[in-house]
Ligand binder design. Sequence first.
Ligand code: LLP
Length: 432
Amino acid sequence: MLLSNNSLAVNEKGNLTIGNCDTTELAKEFGTPLYVVDETVLRNNCRKFDSSMKAYYGKGLVIYASKALNCMEVCRVVADEGLGLDVASGGELYTALKSGFPAEKIYFHGNNKTEDELVYAVKSKIGRIIVDNPTELARLDKIAAELSEIPKIMFRIKPGIDAHTHDFVKTGQIDSKFGFALENGEAFEAVKLTKDMKHLELVGLHCHIGSQIFDIDPFILAAEVMLNFYLKIKNELGMEFTDLNLGGGFGIKYTDQDDPKEYNIFMEKVSAVVKGFCEKENLLMPFICIEPGRSIIAPAGITLYTVGAVKEIENVKNYILIDGGMGDNPRYALYKSAYTALLANKAGVAADYTATIAGRCCESGDLIAENIQIQTPAEGDILAVLATGAYNYSMSSNYNRFPRPPIVMVKDGKARVVVKRETYEDIIRNDI
Ligand code: LLP
């Protein structure tokens, strides 16, 4: 049950609480729509991954994939927990550096990094640049030479694994736009090329097979494919890598139908495979990185909305119309992602009403959930959508020129704004 994740509860008034804060009070104080992130859950998830890495493998780094939710305060908390950071753009890199995130623990991804972004990354002396394709490799080599730097790089590899997840979030198979292919020799040729590149240090390879994956087998398979490639490179090119980055993608519980495996099971199995392979084949045991995004931040977040109206179309459908929607959470519109929603001010009451939650963008597809069971709604109720910490704020837009909601971080009954609500002035800030 999602309500029992140690963060959410129902108080004596029958209201939903998060981090010991009454959500109806949060809605009153900060307004709606409102993103709320429980700092304790965020920290606990960082620690869970970190201690699992230490317990089962030892030599490694957990890197928070900040595309899931990147803002300065989240970067600060993640840095404080000792994790690394995956950034996927100059903007995410800028946010991280401005927050004081240690540059050497930043990993820069992306399938088409611009010249400006690469210059910025090299000058900032970040930990690793994960190169996506031969053109980018040449571009980075030239930049590094011009700046007289030798950045540490990795290659993103498509290990040819088809993880069972939504088509839009699959990335490991050969037709993916991300990375170098193994099957056609592209990756091998690129590795060979770096032998003569004086300004780039190739320290290892990276793969990421997709997102919201429940099954552990595809991760194990990907690790095996990567290690076999390491062996081929050692045997045929005489090169040995120090690093191996296995990406993220661990699934979380959005509804009671979801059944993610304990993360420890993944770490235990993958550690055994890597250690076993390296021992058997006499390969250097690599420093391992994993890059969880969603599984660290999604369970820490909820979104609060105010019900503006209830539209009952007799014998057809009941709509609950909220003051947010696809602008702050586009995931149902994009992927039909399922969410758990409830009326925060009626959390102690049975969910005996069937409704579709609709936003207020000029789009029929602006929905958050369809035909879900919920408490009987009325104007003024506070709707809570759970597990919205990942890919909500980070994928939000100003469609219809709705200002983006703020993010409030809660901890032990206290709340603080960490991202301010956008204003109409913000909306026209860059208009001339
Ligand atoms: N590493 C790399 C290189 C990635 O591309 C991603 C996610 C991650 C790590 C983190 O994956 P996670 O642990 O969060 O699953 N917008 C989609 C998800 C896109 C994921 C993109 N890459 C959604 O809302 O479901």
